[in-house]
Design a binder for this molecule. Sequence first.
Ligand SMILES: Cc1cc2nc3c(=O)[nH]c(=O)nc-3n(C[C@H](O)[C@H](O)[C@H](O)COP(=O)(O)OP(=O)(O)OC[C@H]3O[C@@H](n4cnc5c(N)ncnc54)[C@H](O)[C@@H]3O)c2cc1C
Length: 377
Amino acid sequence: MTKLYDLIIIGAGPSGTSCAYNIKRLNPGARVLLLDKAEFPRYKPCGGGVSPEVANYLDFDLKPAIDSVCDTVVMVANGQEITADKYPLWMVRREKFDNYLLSKVKDKGVEFKHSVEVQDIITTNETPTVITSIGEFQAKIVIIAEGGRGKLAKKLGYAAKNTILAAMEYEHYTAESDGKLYIDFDYNDSGYAWNFPKSDGLSLGIGGFVKGKEKGKVGLPHKLLNYTKQFSVNELDKKNLHGHPILLYSGRQKLVHNRVMLIGEIAGCVDPLTAEGIRPAIKSGFLAAKVINYALAKNDFKSLVNYDLAFHKEIGSDFYYARIMSYFLNKNLKRVLPMLTSARAVNAFMSVFSGKSTYHEKINWRRIGKLIWKSIF
Ligand SMILES: Cc1cc2nc3c(=O)[nH]c(=O)nc-3n(C[C@H](O)[C@H](O)[C@H](O)COP(=O)(O)OP(=O)(O)OC[C@H]3O[C@@H](n4cnc5c(N)ncnc54)[C@H](O)[C@@H]3O)c2cc1C
């Protein structure tokens, strides 16, 4: 007979491990299975900028997972540099960060299986069955935390309709870095380039919106190379160059489908303005764990829909403002950019990114009105 788990989580990125960890914190007796198709530690294309606010959702010491702390952010637009240095951000290498979170999950007694690809979820019975490359598993609740490249949610018809940002990351290993984080709008008409410093190098990248039927990398490698030259990176070695889509938040979506739930990036849980996905992923895992704990304790699986409400209240409602700004930035970058790259605006962004405040606190409807005006006239 197939073993019945309380919870199966598909994907051991920050959303999956946060959910696994928090459910065991709330209910140490819960039988939790975490599956990932990769072998850990695994590389994940990512700038690795993390808001220190994640510590609110994980009750263990995160220091061992942090590569360095960056307290100077330089925003570049039309050749002008604006510096913000009041809001430190953590810099992480994802292979180390994700593996550290996973080690904490294993310490809590979660069963983890690597190199196991989930191929399907059968939802016709009351308890969903997870079909994998090594056999079938059954659980009372299944979480899909498969990230931006996941195929399962789509296959099941649960995929949220998210705006896609095409992104490209290049890892440059060097001892030479000024330790500053750069965000530069001068290298892509529909996005920006970045340089996130690490103790052993630079994570360089570029992202751009995929519009209409545009597919693929929208010329990103070429644009990225133009950008990296200023940091003496004159060639992009293919083995350190990684393309990856980012699924940005695009409005309220249904994330609970009976006993199957979506968390992290596959739920569109990425800031639509900055493309920050790690903190929201960890927060969505935390929110889901609270709802699941209640459902298991009360044997009330209808209550899982409370995750939809919590997601909207705690994450989506603030992303709403970011979405408006992102929309107008994307519509008319040249005209709107000066409004978003003043010293005041850059400091406001950084206070939001670092978790010190929310978009809701930092912008008001008068400013949004100005944004709309600027983008049109
Ligand atoms: C180029 C780039 C730069 C970025 N920079 C930043 C940044 O600086 N700061 C920031 O906050 N965010 C950044 N992001 C976004 C951030 O990386 C993601 O939003 C975040 O990793 C999402 O976490 P997740 O847990 O949802 O998914 P992921 O971290 O993608 O993890 C998903 C996991 O699911 C597994 N999986 C997928 N399908 C299956 C399957 N069928 N069976 C089993 N396992 C499966 C995968 O192997 C993977 O381990 C960046 C993204 C990109 C692409």
